[in-house]
Ligand binder design. Structure first.
Ligand code: ZN
Length: 133
């Protein structure tokens, strides 16, 4: 099978999978900050996107494509042999991270990128969880 994307493009894409400070992540951080929440970013060994360490609440923002959102993640049509294992690995890593954090006593909340369209609802969820901790 002929590979249609260049090496350069591929490495850019791969870098973006693991990149921090993605737009949705920054959007959520700003929304929380302006409402007076204080948090740590890229926290701990698990590199929690947004962490409230004293309450052990961990927030992650997952890109719809890279993390397999049920609404928006359509399987790439070309280069499936290349992409499917990568995407699968991402999802597996997310699950492993969740489990590790739960064992350490954290509450883990993951938001899909598309859920941030309703930021008020996201903030309410975060507020509710912080209240019970
Ligand atoms: Zn989505």
């Amino acid at each position: 099978m002929v590979d249609k994307i260049t090496k350069e493009t591929r490495s850019k894409i791969m870098a973006s999978i693991h990149s921090k400070n993605t737009k949705p992540e920054v959007d959520l951080r700003k929304a929380l900050w302006t409402r007076g929440f204080r948090y740590k970013i890229h926290y701990g060994e698990e590199k929690i996107d947004i962490a409230f360490p004293s309450r052990k609440v961990a927030l992650f923002v997952d890109g719809c494509f890279w993390h397999g959102c049920p609404v928006h993640a359509h399987k790439p049509k070309s280069n499936q042999a290349y992409w499917l294992p990568k995407l699968k690995k991402n999802v597996q890593r997310d699950i492993a991270t969740n489990e590790l954090l739960k064992i350490e006593g954290w509450i883990v909340i993951r938001f899909w990128e598309h859920e941030l369209d309703n930021m008020d609802r996201v903030i309410k969820t975060v507020t509710d969880v912080l209240c019970i901790r």
